[in-house]
Design a protein around this ligand. Structure first.
Ligand code: PHE
Length: 451
């Protein structure tokens, strides 16, 4: 264990830093469109149940592994059991797949921020605005490059602390603004139908894809199964209570996702009467509905500017932590300079990010397993690699190092109230669920099941 590993000053510092990585586009952009698409209330319910059982267990496990070993993913698994070092590698591939398309979406947010700040918000409310923007072969790539450059400069100069400070102020503002927008959306004409769709579980909408999507979203949103929480855990002091920190991160992350859904889904009903096609819009949902909401508010341009600026910050803290993780994996593993590692990450982002953008227009005909590039990368990371890493982690903890190793670590800084839940989930429930998830992913990949 390295002695001079820096650590977070206290519990609040830890919770805020982990929440900074967890809260991002996953909550504000991805959660609402999945909830809209996969059955509304039933998706929300499935997600919450998974978060408090499964998400809780995995997050406790990852943070404890990090804190126990004082190492990040690859080293941590190796230190606990040499035969399991490969899990660290699987987990390391995930951020490499996510970062490029994360920057594509980050670019969309930048574009919308600029549209609003130049006073053109009204045009963004028009039908087809979003679709024709992402289908353009040049413009979205420009925004992608700009967003990537921004992230890279911050990581390159090592000034993420500055960004983090700013985002600690911005984050609470984002929460307040989201609440205000949600209240406004909910009171729009016809929106109530949407609130009901979003909150009331309709069991006839339930299917295996609901669980598949909810579980993938859980990994994504809580930054699980990609080594990130292990790294954060390695910076956590021993006297901080692990269980309550995890609860707080979870409540924060899920709370923001819930509010984002409340802001977006009722708007779909207000503007298109819950048309299934509008609900199933997918990645564009937030970009299509929110400008319409802002268009009806007096002072909507200002609200739009503020909103997209805040989302941009939430996204940046996440993409910075993604890039930082990859850079540190590269520097440790290949013994290269930070600068070289940054350049390598940029090259990978260009290689995977440009097709992700073009896949929405020019290259829409090129499909992998019948998915465009962005959807494919999203699917490969959230529905395939993360479940695999999570499954092996559960088996590793449940049957090799034993749950008690994690429980002991968690009890150093305070009581671990839910250790019975933890043990049952990690040994039995989680492995079974994940295997089912993986089976459905395979069925989706081969077109037997529809996602
Ligand atoms: N959890 C982040 C989000 O919800 C995404 C992310 C994943 C960020 C992994 C960092 C690391 O947007």
């Amino acid at each position: 264990m390295s002695k001079n590993r820096s650590s977070f000053t206290g519990k609040l510092g830890f919770v805020l830093a982990a929440a900074g990585s967890a809260v991002g586009l996953g909550n504000i952009w991805r959660f609402p469109y999945l909830a809209a698409k996969y059955g509304g209330g039933i998706f929300l319910l499935t997600y919450i149940i998974l978060a408090v059982t499964f998400g809780f267990t995995l997050m406790v496990a990852e943070i404890a592994i990090g804190r126990k070993t004082g190492l990040s993913a690859i080293g941590a698994y190796k230190a606990l059991d040499k035969r399991f070092s490969f899990v660290g590698y699987i987990a390391s591939v995930v951020p490499i797949i996510i970062l490029p398309y994360y920057c594509v979406i980050g670019g969309w947010v930048m574009k919308y921020f600029t549209v609003f700040i130049t006073g053109a918000g009204h045009s963004a409310a028009l039908d087809n605005y979003f679709d024709s923007f992402i289908a353009d072969p040049v413009e979205p790539i420009g925004w992608f490059l700009l967003y990537l450059a921004f992230t890279a400069v911050v990581v390159f100069l090592g000034v993420e602390k500055g960004i983090e400070k700013v985002s600690k102020i911005m984050m609470p503002v984002l929460v307040v603004l989201t609440i205000i927008i949600a209240i406004y959306t909910v009171t729009l004409d016809g929106a109530w139908q949407g609130v009901i769709y979003y909150i009331k579980p309709d069991f006839s909408n339930f299917s295996a894809t609901t669980v598949l999507a909810a579980m993938g979203q859980l990994f994504y949103s809580m930054s699980l199964s990609m080594g990130i929480m292990i790294t954060y855990g390695s910076y956590m002091k021993k006297d901080v209570c692990l269980e309550s920190s995890v609860r707080q991160i979870e409540v924060f992350d899920t709370g923001i996702a819930f509010l984002a859904g409340l802001m977006v889904i009722p708007a779909v009903f207000a503007f298109s009467a819950g048309d299934p096609e509008a609900l199933g819009k997918g990645p564009g949902l937030m970009f299509v509905t929110l400008p319409k909401v802002f268009d009806t508010i007096t002072g909507g341009t200002f609200v739009g500017i503020l909103f997209f600026l805040l989302v941009l910050f939430a996204a940046l803290t996440s993409s910075i932590s993604l890039m930082e993780t990859i850079v540190s994996i590269f520097t440790d593993k290949f013994k290269i300079k930070r600068r070289t590692a940054c350049l390598a990450v940029i090259a990978i982002c260009l290689l995977l990010g440009i097709p992700s953008s073009l896949g929405n227009g020019l290259w829409n005909g090129i499909r992998i397993l019948n998915m465009d590039f962005l959807t494919f990368f999203d699917f490969a990371s959230n529905s395939v690699l993360m479940p695999i890493a999570a499954l092996i982690t559960c088996i590793f903890i449940g049957y090799f190092i034993k749950p008690k190793t994690i429980i002991e670590e968690a009890e150093i800084g305070g009581k671990f109230k839910n250790k019975a839940l933890f043990t049952v989930v990690i040994k039995f429930i989680a492995p079974v669920c994940i295997v089912l998830i993986l089976i459905s992913s395979v069925l989706v990949a081969f077109g037997i099941m529809k996602i």
